[in-house]
Ligand binder design. Structure first.
Ligand code: PMV
Length: 313
């Protein structure tokens, strides 16, 4: 029998504070009902490889495929030693790549955990998030760590670089609509553009960053009270600020406008520049909104939050 281990980790949405969290603000994120599954097994070949949606790459090749996953596997091999046999690392993802829904973090988390379990070591959450961050740095340049923590822990989290992660209890499950615009973008490029804007307008940027922290506390209160209307209002404020720092696009603005009748509020989630939006819809308008856009945006879905983090399959 071939030894094999499968784990899964969720994608995430950021409810408030994206980008500003890179510069020290508080942000709130939640795991979603779309997951990545990673299976590690002994390989029948004489080399280790990574396989995902029809693509495959040898671990020791220098092609451009799977840079983050390769960094994660090499680091686990280095730190945990005894991973000498040829392995197959198989990735199956329900999260579109480049959509702002945290697919890369979920892959790195699931991969680190699966490899750790494969060698029989116990899972230390700090180890998993530290190694997964190395993968994130390969693709994002300067990640804050919020994606990795949301995927690992699940639920709803408040996060800052200084204070780390805190789990938030919600009153009830909350339903949000997630619309992937279909427009892929590069998180690292957007992070770099925001940093440029911060250098040009440091005082103004600081005001917005402080405001993002304040909004995050308000979002936590809205979630604790189960107050969807207040959450939507906070989404609208966050969206305005994200627009000011240049990460919304006319296309996204139009999409938000289009669903505005049935919504309390909507915003970009994640790095922006395309990617996905989240909508706090009026409960009796959810199906109308979805029906009105699902043909054009087939990757629209409802997620309830909270959701489970890393889990064994
Ligand atoms: O779009 P995503 O899933 O890559 O989210 C990135 C969130 C940022 O705040 C823009 C970056 C970060 O690491 O916090």
């Amino acid at each position: 029998l071939t030894k094999s281990v499968t784990v899964s980790a969720p994608g995430k949405i950021i409810l408030t504070g994206e980008h500003f969290v890179v510069h020290g603000s508080y942000a709130v994120a939640a795991a979603i009902n779309k997951r990545v599954r990673v299976t590690v097994s002994e390989s029948k070949e004489n080399h280790s490889s990574i396989v995902s949606s029809g693509l495959s790459s040898k671990l020791d090749s220098n092609d451009e495929k799977f840079p983050a996953t390769k960094a994660v596997i090499r680091q686990v091999q280095k730190e945990l030693g005894h991973l000498s046999e040829p392995l197959e690392v198989r990735i199956e993802s329900e999260i579109p790549a480049g959509s702002g829904l945290g697919s890369s973090a979920a892959v790195s988390i699931a991969c680190t955990a699966a490899l750790t379990r494969f060698v029989g070591s116990t899972i230390d959450p700090q180890f998993v998030s530290r190694i997964a961050m190395m993968g994130e740095k390969k693709v994002h340049g300067n990640p804050s760590g919020i994606d990795v923590e949301a995927s690992l822990r699940g639920g709803v989290i408040m996060f800052s670089r200084k204070d780390g992660v805190k789990t938030i209890q919600t009153k009830d499950a909350i339903q949000l609509i997630v619309i992937y615009s279909g427009k892929k973008r590069s998180t690292s490029r957007l992070i770099a553009e925001v940093a440029r804007r911060k250098r040009s307008y440091p005082n103004f940027f600081q005001l917005l960053a402080d405001s993002a922290s304040y909004q995050s506390r308000e979002v936590v209160d809205a979630l604790k009270d189960g107050d969807l209307q207040r959450l939507g209002w906070l989404f609208n404020i966050a969206q305005t600020e994200l627009d000011w720092i240049g990460v919304s696009t006319p296309f996204i603005d139009k999409l938000i406008e289009r669903i505005s009748i049935g919504s309390f509020g909507a915003k970009i989630t994640g790095a922006g520049g395309g990617g996905s939006i989240i909508v706090a819809a009026k409960p009796d308008a959810i199906s109308t909104i979805i029906n009105s856009i699902s043909e054009e945006y087939p990757q629209t879905f409802i997620t309830s939050i909270p959701q489970e983090g890393l889990r064994w399959e």
